[in-house]
Unconditional design. Structure first.
Length: 221
């Protein structure tokens, strides 16, 4: 049974959509457990963001990643590919099933947003450094405003020939880069307050972000 529901028109906030990326069991009880921010924190905030979006008339888009049959992760028919209950048990306006990192790649997302006059995309879900990053960059390059709810997203650690990084290091580095040019990075609390009329946090700039970093380094010297 589909949880898809009609999205409500009208009001300024209806030009914003919340996209919930790949909140699937693979990241919770499967082969890719999210580590930072703590999973219980991000899942709770994802649920809060969805509920707040519905209350404000903001349409919710759910994205589900499906890999080819036999893949070690997100394989069709496995428990890992299923949407986690925090998403599956809540209504949404549109479901996108994707096979690539970006939610825009080979899907109808751009057309769906354009048909509804949506110009701002708020992002929650997993992973910060993979599908979220690809979607954030794709949206920014398409001219959309992007809001990134840092405590409603998450990362996991990597180690390969290029080196190693913890989940916290990856998440922090990516969110700092997002804020410098591609998205306004904020907490779930700040986003919900913005839906209620408070000022939404704004993204920064490459020049200002670098200037602050150099100034901090100079002060520490």
């Amino acid at each position: 049974m589909s949880n898809a529901t009609p999205s409500s028109p009208s009001s300024v906030v209806s030009r914003r959509a919340l996209i919930v990326i790949d909140v699937q069991n693979e990241y919770v009880s499967g082969n890719l457990p999210i580590e930072y921010p703590p999973l219980d924190v991000s899942l709770q905030n994802i649920g809060r963001a969805i509920d707040a979006a519905h209350a404000a008339g903001v349409p919710v888009i759910v994205v589900q990643h499906v890999a080819p049959a036999g893949a070690p992760i997100f394989a069709p028919g496995t428990d890992g590919v299923a949407l986690h209950p925090v998403v599956a048990e809540r209504p949404y306006a549109h479901l996108i099933v994707k096979a690539q990192a970006s939610a825009f790649a080979a899907t109808d997302l751009a057309a769906w947003l354009d048909a509804r006059g949506i110009d701002t995309l708020a992002v929650v879900g997993y992973m910060t450094h993979n599908c979220n990053a690809a979607t954030v960059l794709h949206a920014a390059h398409a001219g959309l405003g992007v809001e990134y709810l840092a405590d409603a997203t998450g990362a996991l650690p990597y180690e390969n020939e290029a080196g190693a990084a913890s989940a916290e290091e990856i998440h922090r580095a990516y969110t700092v880069v997002f804020q410098s040019n591609f998205a306004a990075v904020m907490s779930t609390d700040a986003w919900i307050a913005g839906l209620g009329g408070a000022a939404m946090p704004a993204r920064d700039s490459v020049a200002a972000s670098n200037r602050r970093a150099r100034a901090r380094r100079a002060q520490a010297a």
